[in-house]
Design a protein around this ligand. Structure first.
Ligand code: ACO
Length: 311
């Protein structure tokens, strides 16, 4: 019966064996995975916009080529992740509809504007840095297709993080104006980057069950702390200040202490009222409409090739 299947499932998860698409799984496990992986896919696709805004204004051909490659990698990440959700019996066209209609979320971080080219560097350093902290443990997630997609995505994310840091090192050895741009971008992105890890553990409704299923391996607060501990020495080396006067090394805990982000702002952003939410979704919807003929042509071509094979 179901109780026995459920017990076998839980034993496999506890033994760190991977769950594969054709294996039995509890319906709630499937629903949780679709929710998390689809959100993750949407984030990659929406995440192309803030940096894509600088493609036409990159300061050199070299920076433009790097940025173009990075934005294309993000499209690829979105596609692997949509493919992973499809192994759970959903359809990516339907997921895209749900995103456009506001029935599914994407990461809060992509609802902030990119005001200068330093933002491109800071997104690589802080946003991709936070994504790596969050995503490296997901390479050991219990669901096989998700875990395998994350391995490749994390390799590319590390390259993205380094290109951001290298861009910032270059700007920091430039003029006072350039250093000021880096500091300003750091001030604006620091708190939203901390919010990427989700609400504090006490207010995270999904963490406990997702950890029991080994979809998540650490709590939101554990990962946020890890990110702060990794990032503070990088800020020192770069010569920028992180905008938190309470940030200091705590020898007893063996971690940096830091202030709480503004959780009201976070709530507003995930409800759709952040600075760029409306723009992000309307552009996504417009791109989807403009791409309709490509999808129709690809489907017509596939149908024709199938008919030819059958003849
Ligand atoms: N932005 C938007 N929504 C968020 C965020 C965030 N930063 N953090 C949490 N939420 C949402 C959750 O999705 C959940 O809402 P839902 O139930 O409607 O889905 C709600 O807030 C409560 O949060 P939790 O209970 O903590 O949810 P969960 O256990 O899913 O943890 C987390 C959230 C950490 C984001 C997790 O889903 C995760 O690790 N996802 C994969 C990573 C990812 O999506 N990265 C995308 C951004 S990084 C990048 O692509 C560069």
């Amino acid at each position: 019966g179901t109780a026995q299947l459920e017990a076998e499932f839980q034993n496999r998860v506890a033994a760190d064996q991977r769950i594969e698409p054709r294996d039995w799984m509890p319906e709630a496990y499937r629903t949780t995975l679709v929710r998390q992986i689809a959100q993750h896919a949407h984030s990659e696709i929406i995440g192309m916009q803030p940096e894509g805004d600088w493609l036409g204004r990159a300061p050199s051909l070299r920076r433009k080529a790097i940025l173009l490659a990075k934005v294309q990698d993000e499209a690829g990440h979105g596609l692997y992740l949509y493919a992973a959700t499809e192994t759970l019996g959903v359809d990516r066209a339907d997921l895209t509809e749900r995103l456009i209609e506001g029935r599914q979320k994407y990461s809060s971080i992509f609802n902030y504007p990119t005001l200068s080219f330093a933002d491109v560097g800071v997104i690589g350093w802080l946003v991709d840095g936070a994504a790596i902290c969050n995503q490296v443990p997901l390479c050991r997630s219990s669901y096989g297709p998700y875990a395998r997609a994350m391995v490749r995505i994390c390799k590319e994310e590390s390259f993205h993080q380094r290109q951001g840091y290298e861009l910032l090192l270059t700007m920091m050895s430039g003029t006072d104006d350039q250093r000021q741009m880096v500091q300003d971008a750091t001030n604006r992105w620091w708190w939203p980057s901390l919010m990427m890890f989700g609400p504090p553990d006490g207010e995270s409704p999904n963490t406990r069950q997702s950890m029991a299923w080994r979809i998540k391996r650490h709590t939101n607060d554990e990962l946020r702390q890890r990110f702060v501990d990794i990032t503070v020495p990088q800020a020192h080396r770069l010569g920028v200040e992180l905008p938190d006067s309470a940030l200091s090394w705590n020898p007893e805990r063996g971690h940096y202490d830091f202030s709480e982000p503004d959780w009201d702002e976070f709530t507003q952003v995930i409800k759709g009222y952040g600075p760029c939410n409306a723009e992000r979704i309307s552009r996504r919807a417009a791109a989807h409409r403009r791409g309709a003929w490509v999808r129709e042509a690809a489907a017509a071509h596939a149908a024709k090739s199938r008919r030819r094979e059958e003849d």
